[in-house]
Design a protein around this ligand. Structure first.
Ligand code: KG4
Ligand code: ZN
Length: 338
C-alpha cells in the first residue's frame, strides 16, 4: 500500500511517499527556518502563509518518482500551530476527495515516537520512547500498535525551547540547538556547575525553565562585570546539565517498565552529546537504542505516512470533514470515523 504523508504542524512543509509503512519512496521537506530566524522563533502567521505557498509544490515533488496515485493519505491533524495545521489538513482533504482515496489523521507526537520503524526498528512491545523537540519533552511507554502511556514529561519548557532560548542569550541565532551542539564540542562540560533540574525528583518528569534562567543569569552577570564569557564552556555546561536528567530518567524508566528497547525522536534527538550519552547509558544497562537519522528526527512527513499506514491497517479512518486539533495530547487520536 502506497501512502502519501503530509506534515505542516509547525515550520516545515513536508510530503512523503511510504510503501507498506516501512519503505521510504520519496520525502521532501521545505524548511522555513530562514523566514523565522530574523524573529528569533517561529511566527505563526508567517508559518501559515509559507505553508500555503509551498505545500502543493512539495506534494508534487514527493509524487514525482511514481506513476501511480497513493492508496491512502495520512496527515498531521495536531498538535501544532492552528494556521499551519489547517494548510496540511485542507490539502489532504482536497486530495483525498479528488482522488477518491481514504484519509487518516495522525498525531504528530505519536509519529515522532514510531519513526524508527522506517529504519528497521522492530515494533516489539513494550518500548520506551523519548521525544525531545522544540514543543515536546516526554517519555512514553509504547505498549502496542495503538496503545501508549506517558510516563513523564516536562513541567515547563521543552528541551528544544531551552536550547533555543539559551542560544538567543548567547547571540547564536535561531534555531539554537544545532549551534549549541557544535560549540559544546570544544567546551568543558564541567566548567560551570549549572543545576540538574529534578534529577532526584523520584518520578520521570523534567523541568528546564530554572536551568535556562540560571544560564541566562550567569551570562548577564559576566557581561555586566565586563568579564569574558566562553560561549563554548557555557554551551557544554548547559548541555551537560540539561541532558543528564533526560538520559538518567530515560534509562531508569525503561528498566522500571521492563522495556529492552529505547527509541528517540524529535529535533533534539539529532544532538550528538545526547546520542552519545544515551548510547553509553543504554549499553551499560543492556538496552538496545534506536536513534533515527537526523532527517527522521526533525519534522518530516515520512513518519506521518508510516504511522498512517499502521493506523489504517488497525481500522482507523478519518472523514473528509477532518478538522485540526491544535491541542491534541500525545496519546489522543485526532477526529476519526471508525
Ligand atoms: O522536531 P522539531 O524539528 O520541531 C518540533 O516539533 O519542535 O525540533 C526542533 C527543535 C528546535 O528547538 C531545535 O533547536 C532543536 O530541535 N534541535 C537541536 C538540534 N537540532 C535541532 N537541539 C539540539 N541539538 C541539535 N543538534
Ligand atoms: Zn516535531
Amino acid at each position: 500500500m502506497l501512502v502519501l504523508g503530509i506534515e505542516t504542524s509547525c515550520d516545515e512543509s513536508s510530503a512523503a511517499l511510504v510503501r507498506d509503512g516501512t519503505r521510504l519512496v520519496s520525502g521532501v521537506v521545505s524548511s522555513q527556518v530562514d523566514l523565522h530566524a530574523a524573529y528569533g522563533g517561529v511566527v505563526p502567521e508567517i508559518a501559515a502563509r509559507a505553508h500555503v505557498e509551498s505545500i502543493l509544490p512539495v506534494v508534487q515533488q514527493a509524487l514525482a518518482p511514481v506513476d501511480e496515485l497513493p492508496d491512502l493519505i495520512a496527515v498531521t491533524a495536531g498538535p501544532g500551530l492552528v494556521g499551519s495545521l489547517v494548510v496540511g489538513v485542507c490539502t489532504a482533504r482536497a486530495l483525498a476527495w479528488a482522488w477518491d482515496v481514504p484519509l487518516v489523521a495522525v498525531n504528530h507526537v505519536e509519529a515522532h515516537i514510531r519513526a524508527p520503524v522506517l529504519e528497521g526498528c522492530p515494533m516489539e512491545y513494550p518500548l520506551m520512547a523519548l521525544v525531545v523537540s522544540g514543543g515536546h519533552t516526554l517519555l512514553a511507554e509504547v505498549k502496542g500498535p495503538d496503545r501508549m502511556e506517558i510516563v513523564g514529561e516536562t513541567l515547563d519548557d521543552a528541551l528544544g525551547e531551552a536550547y533555543d532560548k539559551v542560544a538567543r542569550q548567547l547571540g547564536l541565532g535561531y534555531p539554537g540547538g544545532p549551534v549549541i551542539d557544535r560549540l559544546a564540542e570544544s567546551g568543558d562540560p564541567h566548567a560551570i556547575a549549572f543545576p540538574r533540574p529534578m534529577m532526584n525528583s523520584g518520578d520521570f518528569n523534567f523541568s528546564l525553565s530554572g536551568l535556562k534562567t540560571s544560564v541566562i543569569r550567569y551570562v548577564k552577570q559576566k557581561e555586566d562585570r565586563g568579564e569574558p564569557v566562553s560561549r563554548e564552556d557555557v554551551a557544554a555546561s548547559f548541555q551537560a546539565a540539561a541532558l543528564e536528567p533526560v538520559v538518567t530518567k530515560t534509562v531508569a524508566a525503561a528498566v522500571e517498565r521492563g522495556c529492552s528497547r529505547v527509541l528517540t525522536g524529535g529535533g533534539v534527538a539529532c544532538n550528538r552529546a545526547l546520542r552519545a550519552m544515551l548510547a553509553r547509558a543504554c549499553d551499560s544497562r543492556g538496552l538496545e537504542l534506536f536513534c533515527p537519522g537526523p532527517e527522521l528526527c526533525t519534522d518530516n512527513a515520512a513518519m506521518v505516512a508510516s504511522l498512517g499506514f499502521f493506523l489504517y491497517r488497525g481500522g482507523h479512518r478519518s472523514g473528509i470533514d477532518l478538522d485540526v486539533c491544535p491541542n491534541l495530547k500525545p496519546w489522543q487520536r485526532a477526529g476519526e470515523d471508525g
